[in-house]
Design a protein around this ligand. Structure first.
Ligand SMILES: NC(=O)C1=CN([C@@H]2O[C@H](COP(=O)(O)OP(=O)(O)OC[C@H]3O[C@@H](n4cnc5c(N)ncnc54)[C@H](OP(=O)(O)O)[C@@H]3O)[C@@H](O)[C@H]2O)C=CC1
Ligand SMILES: Cc1cn([C@H]2C[C@H](O)[C@@H](COP(=O)(O)OP(=O)(O)O[C@H]3O[C@@H](C)C(=O)[C@@H](O)[C@H]3O)O2)c(=O)[nH]c1=O
Length: 290
């Protein structure tokens, strides 16, 4: 199957939205897991070579943060080896690569917004594997764009917003951590921004604009603040109690500071996403809840 864009992870939160926004840029081939198992490097190479895309857009990943602490092989294969292999193929074939990474590459110390050039020091296995994936892409020589985003939610898949909506309906009270700060980011806004970037560049004109960009909705809040807004804006009256990270023990440590500065994206591509509150409102509206 030949196409302008080969999109992986189409059944995921970001991939689903990308399938729509990228379709205005050319023919998109978006194989599902049954059509292309991304754990099979031979099948992946054959798919890329057969597709001859202008861009490979990799929205597939292993995103189970706690399970990644023990399912090391699976996380490494999808979050490190796969992006490295896609980048190697992109370089060989002269096509571009778009990839996604995470706020969890940072240690989350201090209160400043991280810039793309700040040193990475992941606190958990998922973050370490995603960081190694970034490094593999940057070392490949491929024309690549890596978008680091954070706290992604949407109306499908596994995400914090859908979990809170379910718990708000089931429980008398929610207890949510208030000492981790970041920007909840709507999957649709990510996909719209990526399409806007790809309108501006081709793999051959990307040049110095290749590299890492932070891409999150504007403003900041805690998971508690996000949960409170989800509950309030969707008409529930379930109380949301603030707790500390220590009160919510989990296998993987999370950074306390997930703030990402998106100034580089604004400077280079003139794109800035709306505030997270607007994203949430639009997402709930799309769901018919607000
Ligand atoms: N979720 C978040 O909060 C954040 C995500 N990111 C990054 O953004 C990107 C997109 O994340 P998101 O949309 O949430 O991811 P999801 O977990 O929603 O989707 C992951 C996708 O990868 C696919 N996939 C996994 N394993 C395989 C496989 N062996 N073969 C084929 N497909 C496979 C899944 O397919 P299937 O449906 O069949 O399982 C699914 O389509 C990722 O790079 C992630 O690391 C960054 C920051 C925050
Ligand atoms: C369900 C729940 C979670 N929490 C806490 C746990 C954690 O600190 C925080 C978020 O929980 P989650 O497990 O949903 O989020 P988590 O899986 O850590 O989300 C991360 O996913 C990966 C893929 C990323 O790349 C990150 O940007 C980030 O979005 O909320 C509560 O305090 N109360 C609750 O009832």
């Amino acid at each position: 199957m030949t196409a302008d864009i080969l999109l992986t992870g189409v059944t995921g939160q970001v991939g689903f939205e990308l399938a729509r926004t990228l379709s205005t840029l050319g023919k998109v081939w978006a194989p599902t897991r049954t059509e292309l198992d991304l754990l099979d490097p031979i099948a992946v190479a054959a798919a890329v070579r057969g597709c001859q895309p202008r861009w490979i857009v990799n929205a597939a990943a292993y995103t189970a943060v706690d399970k990644a602490e023990t399912e090391r092989d699976l996380s490494r294969q999808l979050n490190t080896a796969l992006p490295g292999e896609l980048a190697r193929l992109a370089h060989e074939l002269g096509c571009g690569l778009v990839h996604f990474s995470t706020d969890y590459v940072f240690a989350g110390e201090g209160e400043q917004s991280y810039r793309e050039t700040d040193p990475c020091q992941p606190l958990n296995a998922y973050g370490a594997d995603k960081h190694a994936g970034e490094q593999a892409i940057l070392a490949s020589g491929a024309a690549a764009l890596i978008f680091r985003t954070s706290w992604v939610y949407g109306n499908r898949g596994r995400n914090f917003m859908l979990t809170m909506l379910r718990l708000a309906a089931e429980k008398p009270e929610l207890a949510v951590v208030a000492d981790q700060i970041g920007a909840p980011t709507w999957s649709r806004h990510i996909a719209e921004a990526v399409a806007q970037v790809l309108v501006q560049v081709s793999p051959t004109t990307l040049g110095e604009r290749a590299g890492i960009y932070h891409l999150v909705n504007g403003g900041e809040t805690s998971w508690h603040g996000f949960a409170s807004a989800i509950v309030a804006q969707s008409g529930f009256s379930t109380p949301v109690r603030p707790i500390t990270s220590q009160d919510f023990p989990s296998p993987a440590r999370r950074p306390a500071n997930s703030r990402l500065s998106c100034d580089k994206l604004a400077e280079v591509f003139s794109i800035r996403l709306p505030d997270w509150q607007t994203g949430l409102q639009q997402c709930l509206q799309a769901r018919g809840l607000a």
